[in-house]
Design a protein around this ligand. Structure first.
Ligand SMILES: Cc1cc2nc3c(=O)[nH]c(=O)nc-3n(C[C@H](O)[C@H](O)[C@H](O)COP(=O)(O)OP(=O)(O)OC[C@H]3O[C@@H](n4cnc5c(N)ncnc54)[C@H](O)[C@@H]3O)c2cc1C
Length: 364
């Protein structure tokens, strides 16, 4: 849903504050600054929320789930939207955000996992998603490094990935070049009055014509309210980074293992992201049990992980809504809007969320 605010503001390029510098806030600030708006971005710890944990898959087809057809349709434009934003970033920073489109291979561990794939396939077919069945004996390459027990899979050739750390760094550099003021402070309170919006941090007050909240699962700062739904709840996820086999030219592996979901995104040089847990818990920490299940599933699917050096474990809180759909809504306080609910697709959707913000501020 898109909220429109531009009526009533006399100047062509109203100023903005953006609260939250995760991938959504960074991409939003970028789009607005590039269009000529003066943007101030607030975050005590930029890009260390859910964005930090993300694997970076842009996988509209592999992410298909029953009842989420609208999400799928929306996400189908994500790779093109990222390519366009990557070109714009490169023109400013000379940094290339690589968008790698090697597809996704979905496999199952046992007979009941393969039944889950059959169910997935029938939902995806209903949505008209492109995919094809693979037999390992005929086409062994996409199965490289996977357990010999896995003999078949489903290939979704349109899916892709990017490196979120790289995207964040590039957006931060582009924003700096475009004059976005990054204030490394938490917004304590926010409000609006006749002349615009106002935010309060430890160091004082900042005013602008409009404000956008992009705080992910952390919800609204004090002083702001949403007229009715949506609400956002945190769903914790953990990813593990290891050095292992380089499958970066092959499809990303996703698997059902004993009913759970596992994936491995492989980047050039063998930097692999294993993911991801999904716990309806708000604490930003890693439980031994959830880590153990993730690694056990990974070892079953990719036996070579046994000897892989462990690099890092990251966790983040995905911002989820009741209907699992993202939103861009007007808040009760004039001039304020809220962009969140991107759940497990925030990296994918960042350029589209940024476009929503731009459309609201500068309606055609
Ligand atoms: C384990 C895991 C794996 C994932 N994998 C993928 C994937 O492969 N592909 C994909 O598309 N998506 C993925 N996601 C989802 C994606 O990471 C999120 O949807 C996305 O990062 C949400 O971005 P955001 O900017 O809304 O929130 P965040 O990244 O959480 O950023 C919110 C920011 O707001 C700041 N903030 C909060 N309150 C305030 C305040 N009062 N004042 C100032 N700043 C504030 C925080 O410090 C934070 O930096 C994954 C998520 C997880 C957890």
């Amino acid at each position: 849903m898109t909220a429109t605010y531009a009526e009533g503001v006399a100047h062509e390029h109203p100023s903005l504050v953006v609260v939250g510098a995760g991938i959504i806030g960074l991409a939003t600030a970028f789009r607005l600054a590039r269009r000529g708006h003066a943007v101030t971005l607030f975050d005590p710890d930029p890009a260390k929320g859910a964005t930090y944990a993300a694997a970076g898959m842009i996988a509209p087809t592999a992410e298909i789930a029953p009842g989420e057809e609208a999400n799928y349709r929306f996400q189908r434009g994500a790779i093109d939207a990222w390519r366009e934003m990557a070109r714009e970033i490169a023109a400013i920073t000379h940094r290339e955000v690589a968008i790698v489109q090697t597809g996704t291979l979905i496999v199952g561990w046992d007979a009941s996992d393969r039944r889950l794939i059959d169910q997935f396939r029938s939902v995806a077919t209903e949505f008209g998603a492109p995919m094809r069945a693979l037999d390992r004996r005929d086409e062994p390459e996409p199965f490289e490094g996977l357990s010999t027990r896995i003999t078949e899979g489903l290939l979704m050739a349109d899916d892709g990935w990017l490196d979120p750390d790289d995207a964040v760094q590039s957006l931060m550099e582009a924003n700096e070049t475009l004059g976005v003021r990054l204030v490394r402070e938490r917004v304590l309170r926010a409000s609006s009055n006749a002349s615009g919006v106002e935010v309060e941090t430890d160091s004082g007050l900042t005013r602008a014509d409009y404000g956008i909240v992009a705080t992910g699962a952390q919800g609204l700062p004090g002083g702001l309210t949403v007229p009715k739904s949506p609400t956002v709840r945190p769903v914790r996820g953990v990813t593990v980074r290891v050095s292992s086999l380089d499958r970066s030219s092959l499809p990303t592996v996703r698997a059902y293992v004993r009913g759970r979901a596992f994936y491995m995104v492989s980047r050039p040089g063998g930097y692999c992201v294993l993911g991801a847990t999904a716990e309806e818990k708000p604490q930003p920490l890693v439980e031994v049990g959830e880590l153990q299940r993730l690694l056990r599933d990974g070892l079953d699917i990719v036996p070579e992980l046994e000897a892989a050096p462990l690099l890092e474990i990251r966790n983040g809180l995905r911002p989820a809504t009741t209907d699992l759909r993202p939103f861009f809504v007007a808040l009760s306080e004039p001039g304020w809007s809220w962009s969140s609910g991107h759940y497990r697709h925030g990296v994918t959707l960042a350029p589209l969320a940024a476009q929503d913000a731009l459309d609201a501020i500068t309606p055609s």
